[in-house]
Design a protein around this ligand. Sequence first.
Ligand SMILES: Cc1cc2nc3c(=O)[nH]c(=O)nc-3n(C[C@H](O)[C@H](O)[C@H](O)COP(=O)(O)O)c2cc1C
Length: 237
Amino acid sequence: MLSCECKSLEYCPLFIQVSLFNLKHIRHPGSFFFKKTIPIHRSLRIRRNTNMKLEQIIKERRSIKRFKDQPVPLETIQSLLETSTWAPNHKMTQPWRFVVVHGDSRVKLAEATRAFMAGKEKDPSKKKEAGQRGYNKLNGVPMFVAVIMEENPNLMTREEDYAATSALIQNFSLLAWEQGIGMIWETYGMIHSQEFREALGVKPGEKIVGSLHVGYPDMIPTPRPRTPIDELLTIMD
Ligand SMILES: Cc1cc2nc3c(=O)[nH]c(=O)nc-3n(C[C@H](O)[C@H](O)[C@H](O)COP(=O)(O)O)c2cc1C
């Protein structure tokens, strides 16, 4: 049994490090004077915690697909993006820019996805259904952060820029996790579609590197194991 010292489970400043597999309940002071336990199910409920070690954040971060119906503060995301831009980038190209879509404007993206998915479906009788599936995938995501990269005509620079932008996205993902905010990096087909690009105002010569779905996690998936390092590492003495 674990306990923490805050008044509210929702905004507990301490990170309750819970083994996904072992712990069924936590005891919380806010719950009937310590008498009640709160089910954790199989998902880890993350809390804002500024004491998390980098190693812990890296290992415990998960790609999040299910979010709470709770808006993410724009200022927080703006600040996290600002910090994320300290990613390494060769020759200081800083090839990125961002479009944040939240609130009512999310419908625009969901509608663009509907149009794309319906257009892709070859069977006319299934177009509507395919469009609705696309719409549903995006509907309910609290916030989208499109990470857009300038595509340098030089292949080497373009590859380096893609690597740098990927480093930035990982920075963002870890910083967000530290704040109790989850995300998934999506590279679904529609990021290359005219409908999606237009909805986001992406210009010719720009590439959407990722559509990040951002929000407070409702469910944190069980981690998928990684290959042990001794199977990957060659040491040359
Ligand atoms: C470049 C990139 C693109 C990804 N695109 C998708 C995607 O389109 N759909 C998806 O479900 N997950 C996508 N992911 C997330 C991976 O599926 C996820 O990282 C992987 O399953 C490991 O899970 P974890 O992030 O929780 O450790 C992407 C990840 C990366 C790095």
